[in-house]
Design a protein around this ligand. Sequence first.
Ligand SMILES: *[C@@H]1O[C@H](CO)[C@@H](O)[C@H](O)[C@H]1NC(C)=O
Ligand SMILES: *[C@@H]1O[C@H](CO)[C@@H](O)[C@H](O)[C@H]1NC(C)=O
Ligand SMILES: *[C@@H]1O[C@H](CO)[C@@H](O)[C@H](O)[C@H]1NC(C)=O
Length: 506
Amino acid sequence: MIKRNTMDNIRPAYVIICLLYSCSALQPNFVLLFADDLGFGDLGCYGHPSSLTPNLDRLAAGGLRFTDFYCTSPVCSPSRASLLTGRYQTRSGIYPGVLYPGSRGGLPLNETTIAEVLKPVGYATAAMGKWHLGLGANGTFLPTRQGFDQYLGIPYSHDMGPCHNLTCFPPDVKCFGTCDVGTVTVPLMHNENIKQQPADFLNLEGAYRDFATNFINTAAKNKQPFFLYYPSHHTHYPQYAGKEAAGRSLRGPFGDALLELDSTIGNLMITLEKTGVINNTLVLFTSDNGPELMRMSRGGNSGPLKCGKGTTYEGGMREPAIAHWAGTIRPGVTHEMASTLDILPTIAALAGAPLPPVMLDGFDMTDVLLSRGNSKREAMMFYPIDPNEAHGLFALRLGKYKAHFYTRGASHSGTTPDQDCPVYAVLKAHDPPLIFDLEADPSEHYPLPLEERPDIQTVLERIMKVKAQFEASMVFGQSQLEKGTDPNLAPCCNPECTPKPGCCHC
Ligand SMILES: *[C@@H]1O[C@H](CO)[C@@H](O)[C@H](O)[C@H]1NC(C)=O
Ligand SMILES: *[C@@H]1O[C@H](CO)[C@@H](O)[C@H](O)[C@H]1NC(C)=O
Ligand SMILES: *[C@@H]1O[C@H](CO)[C@@H](O)[C@H](O)[C@H]1NC(C)=O
């Protein structure tokens, strides 16, 4: 039996379109690149003076660079849930915090991912890199159960295990940091099987490069449109880099990790060119949340933005973002507001795929990409790491104004000189809210004086109306994190071995 059923469930409209046109010429390919803990100020093309990101800088120079692009959470798993579903994480239940190796929960299977939107209209789909949307019993929540034909990667963050091979091997390579102990070493998974445990991080980028090259070559040869999702481990702590990048940036371990990610992106672009699909491929790049400032000079950088990871200030959730589509997207910079939430509806529109029949929080941003019109997004909602219905939104941006109803520092943003960022800046309610003009004051330094500004009072009334409408539409999904963890669910290449977790080593 030939196992190739990706075209089995195509829809009638698609068949008609395919009879009228050539489908692969009509449907663009999508490459979605998602960096980890990368801040607004980390890329060369966003002004970092010592980062070495020639390929991302080239992508930005030949594409559209966003200045006002947001993820939906200042931490990893919830942000990824929103990216792949076009819905705030509160709807899918990916809160509070992030998933762990033994988590019982994961992105619910009845949520529709971008991959599941694209498969019925004929796309080949693959994911490689850091999944972090759950593993569960027998791989219940892995990418292969969420619409991806293939997966190569690490199912969660690479500090969620004793990553000895990062910190002391080989001795001449600069790697830094300590990781979790008392759990299994970090596995490399191929589809639903453990391929290596512990994963060989210093050669991981090469494995991803080969996987991506194979995937793109095969799809191009079959003239099948494709979707490749690459959420990278770089530049999350602890930073590492293989031989070719270690020690090569001016910026130290973070810079080296970023350089290695940049090189993989360069290789991907070369593969798209070589296979002749570059002019029919939309490449999107952004990041899951702001920089982990607690790592000090080994963490990322939020540039002019306030605080970083873990907070609902701009530094926690405004991200670098680039859209590249040779010959279709006009190079430039856009100040239109957009979000990871908008990627699913945009991809669906460009692929001619129907939207999932659920409450979506994203907007089709094709007009922005093609310089045809303004963003349909007027507002962005900011939930903390641990959202709940009692507190609701911590902040809301409407147009150029952002109102903070609550502020709080975070351990992830510790060690910065700004006293609002670290964890000891405890929860503070603001009534009336603090309001900032993000165009005049992107750093959120100077709250607008409400009592002296009747125009800002009018703005606040609009903000409160949008907030009330949004919160009335929000149905919190059952928390997947509150289902807790079970050490037996942590991935083990040698499931029957004892004593665990140490024996999970193959
Ligand atoms: C998924 O199932 C859960 C549990 O039945 C339900 O509460 C939720 O609304 C469903 N989500 C979607 C997107 O259908
Ligand atoms: C996992 O799969 C195995 C083999 O099919 C089965 O015996 C086991 O009960 C499953 N475990 C869970 C927790 O579902
Ligand atoms: C892409 O389009 C450009 C400009 O039209 C053209 O020069 C180039 O050859 C095209 N590349 C491929 C691989 O088709």
